[in-house]
Write a protein that binds this ligand. Structure first.
Ligand code: PMM
Length: 278
């Protein structure tokens, strides 16, 4: 069963929810709603990674996220902290977070892997080639899937060297990070190969630009509801590759899509077993 990670952005400038959840109480209420809709994990973030976004000082980030992490953890929900800062990661784990989600795979902050190793949290290592200001300049590949999996392997090894065993590591090929246009579709079409690497795999397509591009020539015309529907489809297809979790804004739509896809997959499994027996 693929898990759903619901997104709780506590940023004034996130591209996809326009900073609607910037206030801690509102963010907590939003998180509780996503949990009620079927989110297994809530991913709390206080720094936008949108293309060209400014970095946020760790202290500001912590003021945004820690009250939200604490409240949602106290409500008994599994919380992950979306941060590139080691100090935020440690403070969030102290506040109850069980997973550190670092979109830079431990590359942005040289202290990150050692900091995570000092906790008992799991870690998401996402494929990353540099901060959003210039990540598209680095989006040059001969073979996206081969290069992303090689670079992820290097991050798994770096984590192991820092004292984080592979059982604690989740990998994410990083849709939209250092990848443009068709490179995202190539990455998705290689999901089976990422799953074969033997780690849990997380995938985040939610409301990303490449989906809008697939729906219409003018990406800015594509309304949020259409991007959420497209996200539910990509998430259900990713589930068929055996990913561990999908990271989404619209939990309800993705929950429905996953339930239908899993019902179909279960039937297919039953048919196979039946034909073997018969
Ligand atoms: N995408 C965003 C932020 N954090 N974390 C992981 N592991 N994977 C992702 O694909 C990912 C992420 C950007 O999206 P948002 O600003 O809408 O949250």
């Amino acid at each position: 069963m693929t898990l759903i990670m619901g997104i709780v952005n506590v940023t004034p400038d996130s591209f996809s929810d326009g900073g609607r959840y910037a206030d801690a109480d509102t963010a907590v209420a939003h998180g509780l709603r996503l949990h009620a809709q079927g989110a297994d994990i809530l991913d709390v973030g206080g720094e936008s990674t949108r293309p060209g976004a400014e970095r946020v000082a760790p202290q500001v980030e912590q003021e945004r996220v820690l009250p939200v992490v604490r409240a949602l953890s106290q409500a008994g929900i599994v919380v992950s902290i979306d941060t590139m800062n080691a100090s935020t990661a440690v403070a969030a784990v102290d506040a109850g977070a069980r997973i550190v989600n670092d979109v830079s795979g431990g590359m942005a902050d040289p202290e990150m892997l050692a900091a995570v190793a000092s906790t008992d949290a799991d870690v998401v290592l996402q494929h990353w080639r540099g901060h959003s200001a210039d990540m598209y300049a680095r989006a040059v590949y001969d073979d996206v899937v081969a290069e992303v999996s090689r670079e992820l392997t290097a991050r798994i090894e770096a984590a192991a060297a820092a004292g984080i065993g592979p059982a604690r590591v989740i990998i994410d090929p990083g849709i939209g990070f250092g990848k443009q246009g068709d490179q995202n579709w190539e990455t998705l079409s290689g999901l089976d190969r990422f799953v074969e690497m033997g780690q849990r795999v997380l995938i985040g397509t939610s409301r990303k630009r490449f989906l809008s591009d697939a729906l219409a020539a003018e990406a800015s015309d594509v309304h949020e509801a259409r991007r959420d529907l497209a996200t539910a489809v990509t998430s259900a297809l990713a589930a068929q590759s055996g990913v561990w979790a999908v990271r989404v804004h619209d939990v309800a739509a993705t929950r429905d899509a996953l339930m239908v896809a899993e019902r179909w997959a279960g039937q297919r499994q039953g048919d196979r077993t039946g034909s073997q027996e018969g």
